[in-house]
Design a binder for this molecule. Structure first.
Ligand code: ADP
Length: 192
């Protein structure tokens, strides 16, 4: 398998770029945010639990998220690989993911991290909130909370992947096409 993590703060463009990348590389997309939102919509037990955290801009507890991801991976045994989007978001999640992939004799091959400044991110999120109706994109306090969660809990993961020589920092400012090209260039260095 060839597994990519797309990393970046809320509003960095992970979802948009993931859908282009999965088409180009033939990979299976896993967006933990999308799975949570589908569960909220379907009013499942998992959805009810996740909603209370998501509405406050907090991370859903690791155990809940990890179990969901393991279940997703196990239900896709024949894929060429995964694009993990919005997961892992804590060091514990990162270690957990390594262990799950190891069970499939696989690993994370490449991590691409989108860098975008906070003013631009806030602008993008508020715009998205108007179109998508996502409650967590419409409230500035929730948005600030998500940045804080990212800075404290998720950024430390960058060092974890840097130490494994898997990390690529990618400028996430510019057009969707420009950013896509930068991402592909980084990913392709792991394919040759
Ligand atoms: P964004 O990256 O723009 O915040 P996502 O759809 O990735 O959007 O995530 C939305 C929310 O879902 C997060 O703020 C968080 O509450 C929850 N969530 C998503 N992925 C995870 C994760 N890996 N661990 C914990 N919570 C998560």
């Amino acid at each position: 398998m060839f597994n990519i993590i797309i990393f970046g703060p809320p509003g960095a463009g992970k979802g948009t770029q993931s859908s282009n990348l999965l088409e180009k590389y033939g990979l299976q997309h896993l967006s933990t945010g999308d799975v949570f939102r589908a569960n909220i919509k379907g009013e499942t037990e998992l959805g009810l639990l996740a909603k209370s955290y998501i509405d406050r801009g907090e991370l859903v507890p690791d155990e809940v998220t990890n179990n969901m991801v393991k279940d997703f991976i196990e239900r896709h045994p024949d894929v060429k690989g995964f694009i993990f989007d919005g997961y892992p978001r804590t060091l514990d999640q990162g270690k957990y993911l390594d262990a799950v992939l190891q069970d499939f004799s696989s690993e994370i091959n490449c991590v691409v991290a989108l860098k975008v400044d906070e003013d631009e991110l806030t602008k993008r999120l508020l715009e998205r909130g108007k179109i998508s109706g996502r409650a967590d994109d419409q409230n500035e306090e929730t948005i600030r909370n998500r940045f804080a969660e990212y800075n404290f809990k998720t950024e430390p993961l960058l060092e974890f992947y840097q130490a494994q020589n898997k990390l690529h920092l990618v400028n996430g400012m510019g057009s969707i096409e420009e950013i896509f090209e930068r991402l592909c260039k980084a990913i392709d260095t792991h394919l040759s």
